[in-house]
Design a binder for this molecule. Structure first.
Ligand code: AGP
Length: 600
């Protein structure tokens, strides 16, 4: 989830770029950079960490006047956060900034190296500028060179490119990640940004570019390559803009899940099999067991994957809460692959568990959303979830991207172990590709959770129940509710209710029942009937009508239980959020909680 800005005009180019990147800070970043162009030369500045590191470099450079510039804040997806990997990326005489993932960057890079181009970074982005110059050197026509470049790229790419070959222009294209072009308030001024916050107050006319729309901007004109665009106005408040119009960052992040899970899968489902840049088949050499360790929501993602590793990869799998694991004097054997899961990569208990496993000589893998975090620097292998910054303390898109990576990993291991037929693998891959669609929110579903939430603001507690992977999902639903509504809730395996908890059943006890059609439906149905018979108030979430439920949220019929899993996840997230809003709580920063628990 990177941030992009661009400027053409006679005002202070450097100031617009740095101020713009500051406005995009909320999108998260690990490094930043700007490139400035005037007829004679291109200057570029990059810095790791805080934006002030970049500003200090620029301010000390005593710059002359530039009329064109581009800037970027990076959230690493390919290549560690380093200055070399920071954008803008340089060819011989051009710079590019990019938001998204180039799926076919490896083959492009090989072709370009053969053609004599020298690469300095580990990023996928760098192929763009070398590809442009490769075409420009042959065609000597920057427009054609840019158009040819775009047609060769696969994946998600919103880009701004500047070049000494045409120093009065910015070349732009939008595909996947957001990009806005704006007419500045001053004559001949053109502004670019990946969200509207940096543009507010500086422009009245913008185009929120659609996928596949690009063009060339200069002080004299803005030329679009297609007619698929329309001019509109900007919101008035920056705070409103940073949340992209949503009420809370949590709401924005729930709605972002479909697109970030698409990013999470980009380049990893290749020619009908799973592949990860970050690992190879040797990761499973000598491995007989998987042990997973995590906390909170990440633990729930891990528990979900424990079912998939045994069912699909046929590898024994156990999972522990990190705060318990670190003091239990665990028996660790070197034939165990130790997987830790963490959004932040900084959770103290999980980090300590990872260090214990390393000390015991186990192979370690971290599934993480933040590159260059303590855990990614400690583990032998890292797979990034590419969720972009998660501002809401209650984790949402981190969970859905973790679950997606872990499902892909289970299929990757299944292929290595030859534990899955190619027919079954195709079915799983087909379902996997459908996940982003399952995460798209139907207004009717959101409206239903909003309406229902008024009935669930009291009572003496909630049970969230489910079976198999819907048990960790029930745990996650209960955690979401606890975290942001402060109402008591428990996640429970539905088969366990009769072993005691059912004693709590009465009309004031709310049961949220996860009833997938494709997995143990009859079993969960009979558990819910037991509760209904004891007068518990039941809200069932299912593709199938259930006549005994007091409330019912109908989900879509699909042919795979994991698609039901992701759709029900969104229902649970929205349900908790709407209850929290009705109770007047701070949805994004609930009481007593921190986004990353870096202490015991
Ligand atoms: C989830 O909504 C919570 N914010 C919390 O449980 C969180 O998942 C847990 O602290 C683990 O954090 P991590 O994923 O950054 O390690």
């Amino acid at each position: 989830m990177c941030g992009i800005v661009g400027y053409i005009g006679k005002q202070d180019t450097t100031k617009f770029l740095l101020d713009g990147l500051k406005e995009l800070e909320y999108r998260g970043y690990d490094s930043a950079g700007i490139a400035l162009l005037n007829d004679e030369k291109i200057d570029v500045f990059k810095a790791l960490g805080k934006l002030k590191n970049l500003s200090e470099k620029v301010e000390s450079a005593k710059l002359s006047k530039y009329e064109i510039g581009i800037g970027h804040t990076r959230w690493a997806t390919h290549g560690k956060p380093t200055e070399l990997n920071a954008h803008p990326h340089l060819g011989e005489y051009s710079y590019v900034v990019h938001n998204g993932i180039i799926e076919n960057y490896k083959e492009l890079k090989e072709e370009l190296i053969k053609a004599g181009h020298n690469f300095v970074s580990q990023t996928d982005t760098e192929v763009i500028v070398h590809l442009f110059e490769n075409f420009q050197n042959k065609l000597n026509d920057t427009t054609e060179a840019f158009k040819n470049t775009i047609t060769k790229l696969e994946g998600a790419f919103s880009i701004l490119l500047i070049s000494k070959a045409d120093p009065s222009k910015i070349f732009f294209f939008k595909h996947g990640s957001p990009l806005i072009i704006a007419k500045g308030n001053e004559k001949g001024e053109v502004l670019f940004s990946s969200s509207d916050a940096p543009l507010i107050g500086l422009s009245n006319e913008v185009v929120y570019l659609e996928d596949g729309v690009g063009g060339i901007a200069s002080a004299d004109s803005i030329e679009f390559f297609s007619d698929d665009y329309s001019w509109s106005t900007l919101p008035s408040s920056k705070q409103f803009a940073q949340k992209d119009g949503f009420r809370f960052f949590m709401e924005k992040e729930i709605y972002e899940q479909s697109s970030v899970v698409s990013d999470c899968m980009l380049g990893r489902i290749q020619d009908n099999e799973i592949s990860f840049d970050e690992i190879d088949e040797s990761i499973l050499e000598g491995i007989k067991e998987i042990k997973i360790c995590a906390c909170g929501t990440s633990y729930h993602a891990g528990l979900t994957s424990s079912y998939l590793f045994e069912r699909l990869s046929k590898v024994k799998c156990s999972i522990e809460v990190a705060s318990e694991f670190r003091y239990k004097e665990p028996l660790l054997t070197k034939d165990t692959l130790f997987i830790v899961i963490s959004q932040s990569g900084e959770t103290a208990d999980t980090l300590e568990a990872l260090k214990m496993a390393k000390k015991a000589g186990l192979k370690s893998l971290v599934i993480c959303n933040v590159d260059n975090s303590s855990m990614t620097r400690t583990a032998d292998y890292t797979i990034l979830t590419r969720a972009g910054i998660e501002k809401g303390v209650a984790s949402t898109k981190a969970f859905s991207t973790q679950a997606t990576v872990l499902w892909m990993l289970a299929l990757y291991f299944a292929k290595i172990n030859d534990s899955i037929s190619s027919e079954k693998l195709q079915k799983e891959l087909h379902a996997l590709r459908e996940v982003p669609k399952s995460l798209i929110i139907d207004d009717k579903i959101h409206e239903k959770t909003k309406r229902l939430s008024k009935r669930y603001l009291h009572g003496h507690g909630f049970f969230f129940i489910g079976r198999d992977v819907f048990f960790p999902l029930a745990l996650e639903g209960a955690l979401k509710l606890k975290e942001i509504s402060y109402l008591h809730a428990e996640g429970y395996p539905s088969g366990e209710m009769k072993h005691g908890p059912i004693a709590l059943a009465d009309p004031e006890l709310f049961t949220i029942a996860l009833m997938p059609q494709n997995l143990l439906y009859d079993k969960i149905k009979s558990n819910v009937e037991e509760l209904s018979a004891r007068d518990s108030t039941i809200c069932s979430i299912s593709p199938l009508e259930f006549e005994l439920s007091d409330d019912f949220i109908k989900t879509q019929k699909t042919d795979h239980y994991m698609l039901e899993f992701f759709e029900m996840l969104v229902v649970l997230q929205l349900f908790s959020m709407e209850i929290s809003i009705r109770l007047g709580n701070d949805v994004d920063m609930p009481r007593n909680l921190a986004k990353s628990v870096t202490v015991e």
